[in-house]
Design a binder for this molecule. Structure first.
Ligand code: ADP
Ligand code: MG
Length: 462
């Protein structure tokens, strides 16, 4: 029981935190109606109780199928200290059991339905409605190819991009098209989160067989947001086995992730390597004319006549993602309907004033600093120091370049912020980064990114 328990707890906490707090010296055990945590000292007890009590109880209840309370045994205290640290569940949720009931599986819960997280009924998005431009043409073509050849030309297909750039749209479109071509096929489509929950439920129910065959009998497998598997070791192993079994049979697999597989932190090497075995395509943020084309298509789909001036205004001011564009368009249409006003540029400016102010003008020097420090795992002082080693000077130059691009601060102000440098230092940093972008080949391989534009894109997303 202890090792299953440890696995279940590790899944919930992530390996980093689990390793830190549940390594040597910390035991997990179940006795009667108690989950007993043996800790070396009171500090561990306080910390674990304060941070992980709910996770622990949930994991232990899932594994044992019993209602448990949390108790601690502190090695350096003479008397074991026992406390009921969890709010008891409402009486109707608690199942009665005697003190020595053998570990019994939970009654089988209905299988988790894989569906998008927002549960509003909406028809699946279709490939035909996906507007293409230079930012996404390759990904769209790969999606169509995947539908037509069902994995014969490459397998798997991995689509990666930041939020709101169309990953789920493409996945839904592929699923829809595959099914349209072959109505009888067993298409298993869902999120990595649903896969994880299904796996944990199956472990709890002692029913891994059913879980496995559900996935492994698929004629096509589509899994969204696979970065969710990061740091979930046991689930990744399970997914890897599913993946291998399906690939061996030539079953098409399509996944989406928020990063290039190599960039997903704490994805096992095996899985990352498997993801790279087919085709990996990226969706970039659309350029202004693609943004306008997308807005036009969305307006048309809603049957609303939106003047070009308004389309261009939105396309110009909202740059981060397609979701944001869509949101702006919808709220503008709602605004027009509710106020009975004409949908024109004046209305757009009023209706979207806050959205645009908050998205466009909010970036400050500190935001740039924070993003750069976070990505390169530096503290601000180090970033601003005088050191010329590349590991510091390159991030510093990128910070200056990004500050210039996004904050509207003057060269001198940027220089002052990033370590009291003068304006000509900032100008040459900007030139240098622009040079890298023109010449990706020689670009610095910092932080495991392939190219400087990848780094900058990651920074711009944060
Ligand atoms: P992600 O999964 O990458 O976060 P989504 O696929 O949910 O993004 O896309 C966000 C919204 O933007 C969806 O409503 C989607 O239909 C729309 N969208 C994204 N890219 C396009 C595109 N190229 N053409 C049309 N709609 C798009
Ligand atoms: Mg999505």
């Amino acid at each position: 029981v202890e090792s299953t328990l440890r696995t279940a707890v590790a899944e919930r906490l992530g390996e980093g935190r689990f390793g830190l707090w549940f390594g040597e010296g910390v035991r997990l055990g179940v006795a009667d109606d108690a989950l007993e945590v043996g800790v070396p000292n009171a500090f561990f007890r306080e910390w674990i109780q304060g941070h992980f009590a709910t996770n622990l109880i949930e994991a232990a209840e899932a594994v044992t199928g019993r209602t448990l309370r949390l108790t601690f045994q502190v090695a350096d205290e003479a008397e074991p200290r026992v406390g009921n640290l969890i709010e008891p569940k409402p009486a109707d949720e608690r199942r009665k059991h005697g003190g020595t009931v053998p570990i019994a599986p939970e009654p089988q819960t209905p299988p988790q339905r894989d569906r998008p997280r927002n549960q509003q009924a909406r028809p699946p998005r279709r490939l035909e409605d996906f507007v293409t431009g230079p930012c996404n043409r390759l990904a769209q073509a790969a999606a169509v190819e995947m539908v037509q050849t069902a994995g014969a030309s490459f397998n798997p297909l991995v689509i990666h991009a930041g939020v709101g750039l169309g990953k789920t749209h493409l996945l839904e479109g592929i699923g829809h098209a595959l099914r349209a071509r072959n109505p009888g096929m067993k298409l298993v489509q869902g999120t990595a989160e649903a896969f994880t929950n299904g796996f944990l439920d199956a472990m709890r129910a002692g029913n891994l067989g059913a879980f496995r065959s559900r996935y492994r009998r698929a004629d096509a497998l589509i899994i969204d947001d696979v970065h969710f598997l990061a740091a979930k070791r046991a689930t990744q192993d399970e997914f890897l086995h599913t993946f291998n079994a399906l690939i061996a049979e030539g079953v098409p697999i399509i996944v989406a992730a928020d990063q290039h597989p190599r960039r997903i932190a704490r994805l096992t090497d095996e899985l990352a390597t498997r993801f790279l075995g087919g085709m990996v395509v990226k969706l970039d943020a659309p350029a202004p004319d693609t943004r306008a084309a997308i807005l036009k298509a969305k307006a048309l789909a809603r049957g609303v006549d939106v003047p070009n001036t308004v389309i261009n205004y939105i396309a110009e001011h909202l740059r981060a993602s397609v979701r944001e564009l869509e949101g702006a368009l919808h709220s503008l249409i709602a605004h027009a309907v509710l106020t009975g006003k004409r949908l024109d540029l004046a209305l757009a400016k009023t209706a979207l004033r806050d959205t645009i102010r908050h998205t466009a003008a909010a970036v400050g020097l500190r935001d740039v600093e924070r993003a750069v420090c976070q990505l390169f795992e530096l503290d601000a002082e180090t970033l601003k120091s005088d050191s010329r080693v590349r590991a510091l000077s390159y991030p510093r130059m990128m910070a200056m370049y990004l500050a210039r691009k996004h904050t509207g601060a003057a060269y001198s102000e940027i220089g002052r912020h990033f370590g009291g440098r003068n304006h000509s230092t900032v100008i040459s940093a900007e030139k240098k980064v622009l040079g890298w972008l023109r010449d990706e080949e020689r670009s610095a391989l910092l932080a495991g990114f392939e190219t400087v534009s990848d780094i900058l894109a990651a920074l711009e997303r944060t």
